[in-house]
Design a protein around this ligand. Structure first.
Ligand code: IPE
Ligand code: IPE
Ligand code: MG
Length: 258
């Protein structure tokens, strides 16, 4: 897939990973993994530090997740990095996260290019501070031609608001006579979501032990497998990622059939 050639035996060095690697079914690697990166605040709290300290450590772990996805041959990695509801957090935390996006995107651009990663965003970028929006736009346009992993960053993303936007634009097309109500299908809706063109996730991982979806990809995850890891996001290393892939491979996906 990617011209970037990883070397799996030097990537996985721990005893745990070596053991897990033996069980990987290379013909059943999920094509699209979506991650709800949760637990940064608790991770920081456990160290007596402010929440932003956890977000910085969490941002560093994204690099590790990208590397894992490439090693494993995953084609799409979606990361839930800021929700439409996260604006309700204290102002200094929100500002800190918005600046962190700029810092990380600028710092990581070269590494993303080297790894042939193509960056996309789902969510409403218009409501982001200008510097943050510009940093995302720059990263999207500079990596648009890359042929490796597609990294989908969910930022100012909420599935309900994404569905509302899709319905509004379909309604406008109907009023303009471009589409008939009877012709609207699940595909029509999918094509109007911000994830249009991206295959549905095969696997959704949520870290920090929380068993909920928190307004993430509601339409797209109809038949995704769900894996909840107890590990807090800043501790979610390559070994834990690999363990989640193995849990996925133990599932029998039936899509409503037998
Ligand atoms: C996830 O970690 C990061 C964002 C939602 C931005 P949290 O900040 O939600 O961490 P906890 O859940 O409070 O531990
Ligand atoms: C989900 O985590 C959003 C992101 C990971 C960006 P939250 O921490 O915001 O979700 P809740 O509040 O626990 O449901
Ligand atoms: Mg949380």
């Amino acid at each position: 897939m990617s011209p970037y050639k990883p070397d799996i035996n030097s990537f996985y060095t721990s005893q745990r990973a070596q053991t897990l690697l033996h069980s990987v079914d290379w013909d059943n690697v999920p094509r699209h993994v979506a991650i709800i990166m949760d637990g940064n605040g608790r991770w920081a709290k456990g160290r007596g530090k402010p929440r932003l300290f956890g977000h910085k450590a969490g941002a560093a772990m994204v690099r590790e997740a990208i590397a894992s996805a490439i090693e494993l041959g995953i084609e799409y990695l979606t990361i839930y990095s800021f929700s439409t509801e996260n604006w309700t957090r204290p102002e200094d935390e929100v500002k800190g996260i918005m600046s962190l996006f700029v810092e990380v995107l600028e710092r990581e651009l070269k590494s993303l290019q080297d790894k042939e990663v193509r960056v996309k965003v789902i969510g409403d970028m218009d409501a982001l501070p200008k510097k943050t929006r510009d940093a995302f736009k720059n990263c999207i346009s500079k990596t648009a031609h890359n042929k490796g992993l597609t990294l989908v960053v969910a930022v100012n993303y909420g599935a309900r608001s994404d569905i509302v936007s899709a319905v509004q634009s379909i309604a406008r097309e109907a009023v303009a006579g471009k589409i008939k109500a009877a012709d609207i299908t699940a595909h029509t809706i999918a094509d109007h979501l911000s994830s249009a063109g991206i295959p549905d996730p095969d696997l959704v991982i949520r870290t920090s032990g929380e068993m909920r979806i928190s307004n993430f990809l509601l339409f797209e995850i109809a038949y995704s497998e769900l894996v909840v890891s107890e590990v807090l996001w800043p501790d979610f290393d390559r070994d834990e990622f690999l363990a989640c892939i193995l849990l996925y491979q133990q599932r029998a996906r039936r899509f409503g059939g037998v």
